[in-house]
Design a protein around this ligand. Structure first.
Ligand code: ZN
Length: 379
């Protein structure tokens, strides 16, 4: 089967469907990456480069500001429709302003990729230089992440004053994201035969003290640059015991702390060590958060064009990778993030068109949000 050529002058909703119908479950992005690369190479105002199944296209106008606008082109594996069939090819429900487009990738995040592509082709004279990034393997392990690979291979491709990730955000700017740290709390005991339990110390019983600290813990809301981040602290696993007649000599409680981006990873770890003072703690996994960066002029202009209050992001997303490189980053995409990865994944057609309009208004500098005719000429 040959992959159809992409028409970047198509309606953004039609292009969303075309992109979704080219299946690209993580690891199988090749045909879609090929189609994106060749469509972008047909745009004389863009310089196009490729690394594996990631494609980068940029304007080189020598403007004062440069922004990165990025999206992943992979999806999770297909789900099932109500009738038991796979949730691709895409289908629609309703029409006009109420039209909803269903199918794998519609929300997470090919509607975002579609508005990137139509805008990349249409906006030939932006007011800020643009680097468009389309990358692979976002939905799988960290080692495979295409954006992480670009950070390692071509940090210069990602250099910018500000970055937008077109992940689903209900068409509002979602700034920054919480960090996450996972630790194992070791609770010691002393083994004994359960028939002579008084000779030992039951580590599982002792773990109750760790659990009570978690139950008593009051989670905080932390304001960072005007956005309120809600933290959370939870036991996410517990293990202990070796046999049905042995008083256990060890119990391990796994704890996950989601912390506001005003805290560094070191701050978060210190907080946990204080909370679980007296116990041995081992960090098993950690990723820093990202500040929203909304004080950046390009970001402020972007928020103004959306006409909506920015929101905090609670989960961890690839915006944190930009943050690590010193590039403030936000999420902005048409779908509702809670629908990601569900069988009922869909996106409202009107939201896709509205997000495309916002993106173009921002990049062309039209204050009222209308896209100037010049930017529309390619359509
Ligand atoms: Zn996504």
């Amino acid at each position: 089967m040959t992959t159809p050529a992409l028409d970047l002058s198509a309606d953004v909703v039609d292009l969303t469907r075309t992109l979704c119908d080219i299946e690209s479950v993580s690891g199988d992005e090749g045909p879609l990456a090929d189609a994106i690369e060749s469509a972008l190479r047909a745009c004389p105002h863009l310089e196009v480069l490729r690394d594996g199944d990631a494609v980068m296209a940029r304007t080189t106008l020598g403007l004062d500001e440069r922004v990165v606008i990025a999206g992943h082109i992979d999806t999770v594996p297909l789900g099932r429709r109500d009738d038991g069939m796979p949730n691709l090819p895409t289908w629609t429900v309703g029409d006009g302003d109420d039209e909803l487009v269903y199918g794998r990738g519609t929300a997470d995040m090919k509607s975002g990729v579609a508005m990137q592509l139509t805008t990349a082709a249409a906006v030939t004279e932006p007011v800020r230089d643009i680097t468009w990034v389309f990358y692979d393997n976002e939905e799988v392990e960290e080692e495979k992440n295409g954006l992480a690979r670009l950070v390692a291979h071509h940090p210069d491709w990602l250099a910018a004053d500000f970055a937008v990730l077109c992940e689903p955000s209900s068409a509002a700017v979602e700034g920054g994201c919480n960090g996450t740290i996972r630790v194992e709390v070791y609770v010691p005991g002393k083994a004994a035969h359960s028939a002579r339990a008084w000779m030992g110390v039951n580590a599982i019983h002792e773990a109750g003290r760790v659990l009570s600290r978690l139950v008593a813990y009051e989670t905080r809301e932390v304001e960072v640059e005007g956005l309120v981040y809600r933290e959370s602290l939870n036991a996410v696993g517990i293990s202990g015991g070796i046999a049905g007649n042995v008083v256990p000599d060890a119990c391990v409680v796994t704890v996950n702390y989601r912390f506001a981006p005003s805290k560094s990873l070191a701050d978060a770890e210190t907080h946990l060590r204080e909370l679980f003072a007296g116990y041995r703690l081992e960090v098993t996994d950690a990723s820093g958060g990202a500040r929203p960066g909304l004080d950046n002029p390009a970001a402020a202009a972007f928020v103004t064009v959306t006409g909506k209050d920015p929101m905090p992001k609670y989960g961890w997303t690839d915006v944190a990778r930009f943050s690590e490189m010193g590039v403030p980053a936000v999420n902005f995409g048409p779908a509702v993030s809670e629908l990601s990865h569900t069988d009922a994944e869909h996106v409202p057609a009107a939201a896709v068109r509205e997000c495309e309009r916002v993106l173009r208004a921002w990049l062309t500098g039209s204050r009222d949000g209308d896209v100037p005719p010049a930017a529309e000429s390619g359509r």
